[in-house]
Write a protein of this length. Structure first.
Lengths: 369, 369, 369, 369
């Protein structure tokens, strides 16, 4: 049985002395060091994320997001976004792990300029009816609870063509991940704005019936050709699945937004899910290698993350660090509740890092600290 | 430039003589032969299918199909099916190439016994509202123009629970293909009938929103977990695509029924399509390596296959042999027309045999003989 | 438990009568038929190959192969080949299943013209030291027991640049398979002969250390870029494996010639193996869905195929039809014996047809009839 | 054309003021921030690695590595390794990017205890003839210039069974990468030492002829079943390839150690190469997204990395940060030179980050600063 003491044979347990310190100095002068002085730290018994569970209250943040409308112009800000930072990850602008999220606001009639970057982006709309985005020439209209993607290196620009109020959507990007690999590139569009090609929502028209694919299609990129996933059919799919299956004991009814041409994740670095907690449902705790960011999409409830209770209602965002236990409960006995989430699981799987396990004690529920 | 004469250097062109005939006799006694005597025949310049274009008129066949109801019981027939034979392929029961098709009829209240076989099957419903099938325990209800699959070696049984008339559906199977490879197996169900598991149409509930996949799903078989593809969303998908794309010059708006978990064909040996010809649309001729069987699903029109004119209306079936030129026209200037088809293209692709080309002359249309 | 009688519920068992015969006549006039009259035949309980086990004795055939040198010129024959026919498969020129094999002879100094065809080819050299082939511009020299491939649609031509005698090699092609799918194409080379590009055996130089691949390589074809697999390293690999593993109880030490860039079969329709039977080794019987053609490459022994004893020595060829039991024994107690074989297993796997099972009785050995 | 100024429309260019500072304070209290204050930093125009080119001289480091033999015991150190640190990456123990490397020493007769960890490891032997490693029960003997892998979560232990001197090998691990994803796990072996299974170097016996794979093999792990790649056949493969190809203008003759069952990289997070610079050869400069660590395996030469000249001779190690220009030259006009290297390219490809480009100016050579 594994013991978690570092004072065992098989762990580094050198007692330092003057000779060794002199030795370490000599090594340091050659851009070197003694591995045993840090081995236990860099090869921990299990993941030791610096990220902690955090909840961002939409009720608290929304006024500040609205305030940004007045304080900075879209053209000056590039994007008018309130970023969500994990306390000890501010240096790399991470919300949790190597993922970033923020709340973007666009006033009625506003539009942002076009650019592209190596980082991949996704959007989850929180409020407002006028949101649009143009991704590689394709214009998409998105409304509340819709999910959309801006795959890496696609030209994109956004705007709000409504006249009834601002749009606020949640951005999710893999910026810290891209930077961790020294892989970031950025370009502004040579014409500042793209021209729309084809009809609005064209990928929904062509790929929106996922089990029917255009014959002769030559799509070969590493992301989904379907760029938006509206709320209504997503919710209907969850209700349908709830009639036929019991779902997951850890997640209720949970579906992954997928690339209809491969069945894989929508982009190679991030995947997204929508899950439904039935009235009165509370799930069992489990944990996975990988980082996740949740958004309360419908209803209200409580999650317990690493022993910390998080109450949520629509618009609230919270994160689950890698290998942190988590479980969810719908607060209502009459209405269902939905959680949107995105994660870096495609990376964990591609690199062979993914693991998951169920909470073994206490009937599957964590004690709440 | 290729010339199609066999009297060229590079083709077999041995002049037989008495010595050679004596030699051939000696070879024959050792289960051998001289390749040059048949080389040009077995390595033709281009495909030389024995299959020919055939149309089966639903108006003509339907009375005979109905007559079978009276002539044989389902239990005695195993399946009460009128098979469609290509004239020179009767010996292997092929409709075209290595594909088989037939019209199956079940009277109100009838049910067939359960079995499984190495051959894969698909169904396209022509008439009747009471049809059901149970595939590996999953009960599916299917109606007119619905498409369903019975992948190889799945237990299956069918019936008609309506009381308003018989069900007639079209079967498509790869029986000749399986037999060509000496790969056929067959079993009757040990309990004669299966027990239904879960709710009716459960795969539609779980996998029917193709771009949303159940998270944690462990499906790993080589066929689609989605076993039925109803007509309404299929037709809607075609109409949606027609708004966003011009479609194919050879096929109009054409979609392939797909495995939502892979984007691939529904089964490894056969794929199926539904295509929509817009009012007044006539397509250009092309040809492909692979065999196809078409069914007029909606409206009426005319196809030209290998220079032969085929007029079709709902329920008619016709075939296109490998490498035969074909083109389609909707007969109506006001209504759209739809053709269902299935083919062996997945095999052609897996084996590296697939080719296609456009008809080069006459503005892309064949002369009609 | 499956019973193999057709007189059971679940099989077709209609008793014909005058009414039915009249009905069948009406169907026949519409290119149709009653499925139940042939259902049991086309959906057998288990594979019913028309191919039978056959042995072709090299000692018997070799004089006839040599005789062809005198009887026909290479240019007239196209290829000077004695084809091996399964008795009931002469109509499709098959050696077993949908595979073809033959013995090709080229005299000293001879060369054949260049062509290409949809059928894929492989070669196994039986005798002679001067053999060469040019495949898509790449010249390869092959000697006894070497294995080489001519993937489909590659330009190829062969010759014998030795002066010490003829070359005889075994050809293996998928001609009947290609024809079964109406997929055959053929072209003679526009210049009659190819020009050699690069050095001789260049693919061996570049890809011949299979676990080292050229960085930046852009090979994307569906066949191996390595076109020849010499005997010496193959035999050494078998000896090496024999030191580390027990091998297969059915095949001794058996290796599959592979595409080093994918680990898959050398071509999509055919795979080839070399197996080593240790001194005194006799294997257990098993059977597989798929057709195989064996060549005694080294030593002598006995195989039992479908209960039929086949004694073999170097150069002998024999076939194993699909689902036929087979087992092998090395006749020597002091020397090892090697069997080369090729098969259509890649197709069986791609289409989901592959099965195998061990002979269950009699300590795993068939009774010999 | 892209300009690299941040003072353009499309970049963040907000002028801060008192109101904004008050706003930023309010955001900070809610674990949030204004994206525009850091957007340009976290989305750079092109990669901005903190890693710099570094050379570690074997002549300088070797005495210190030897000194460790005396200073610490293997059992206390866990592993007796001098780690190589990039100056600004000491905090995460990285040699370059998210890769780690170090020099491990084992005295004659020493053996280390067994453990496993999520990080993957590779070894390149610099000196000593007695090195062995046991990986998941398989014992491997490795000598100078041999390459071996210890895939993630495999049990492993090492030792030196020679009596003629210490073994020094280079370790390469993805520890910083694993930690960046909070994915690290570690276990000591329950029995402290493994038992050897099978013969020494068994994977070399079974998989060492990469284009011949054991038939019926069921390997399904995400790393190569071949655990060691000896120097002699690797060098011979390079010489063979040099006869048939011109190689790469940027790398000379370069081969990637591959998984013989897939043709892919040996492990999902790291790949390794051996390249040969012909006598007098100097390559052109290029750059790639991804981090690389080179070791001079044979001969001597000069590389230019990001404009910095690095002279190397056998045993020297140097690194190339992501997107840094680099080119190589063999110092000898009579002997060839070889560079071993490993990198994180498999990750770059899996995540869609890989790019490369040639140095456009100055005939393809960097100015040396």
């Amino acid at each position: 049985m594994t013991t978690y003491s570092d004072d065992v044979l098989g762990r580094a347990r050198v007692t330092d002395n003057a000779d060794l310190h002199a030795y370490y100095d000599k090594l340091a002068r050659l851009d070197a060091g003694a591995l045993w002085t840090i081995a236990n730290k860099i090869e921990p018994w299990f993941p030791q994320p610096e990220s902690v569970p955090v909840k961002w209250s939409y009720q608290e943040l929304r006024p500040l997001v609205l305030e940004a409308l007045r304080l900075v112009s879209g053209d000056d800000a590039g994007r008018r976004v309130v970023a969500l930072y994990n306390p000890r990850r501010r240096d790399i602008a991470a919300t949790v792990g190597l993922l970033y999220s923020g709340l973007q606001i666009m006033g009625p009639g506003e539009s942002m300029t076009a650019h592209r970057h190596q980082a991949a982006a996704l959007r989850f709309v929180l409020e407002g009816t006028g949101a649009w985005t143009i991704v590689d020439g394709q214009k998409l209209k998105v409304g509340p609870r819709d999910f959309a993607i801006t795959p890496n290196w696609t030209w994109h620009e956004h705007g709000n063509e409504g006249d009834d109020g601002p749009v606020i959507w949640q951005d999710g990007l893999d910026i810290p991940l891209v930077n961790a690999f020294d892989a970031g590139f950025y370009e502004v569009h040579p014409d500042v704005y793209q021209k729309q090609e084809g009809i609005t929502n064209s990928s929904l028209h062509v790929y929106g019936a996922g089990q029917l694919r255009p014959f002769g299609d030559t799509w070969h990129k590493n992301h989904s050709p379907l760029l938006a996933y509206p709320w209504e059919p997503t919710y209907e799919a969850l209700l349908n699945a709830a009639e036929a299956t019991d779902g997951s004991p850890y997640d209720g009814i949970i579906m992954e937004y997928s690339n209809p041409l491969t069945g894989g994740s929508v982009m190679p670095t991030m995947s997204a899910h929508m899950q439904l907690l039935r009235p009165g449902e509370s799930t069992l705790a489990h944990r996975q290698v990988g980082s996740k960011i949740y958004t309360a999409a419908k209803g209200s409830g409580t999650s317990v993350v690493a022993g910390q209770r998080i109450d949520w209602t629509e618009g609230d965002i919270f994160c689950v660090p890698s290998w942190a236990w988590h479980e969810h409960a719908n607060a209502s006995r009459s209405d269902d509740a939905c959680l949107f989430s995105f994660n870096d699981f495609p990376v964990m799987r591609a690199l062979g890092f993914f693991r998951e396990e169920a909470y073994p004690d206490n009937d599957g529920h964590q004690p709440v600290g």
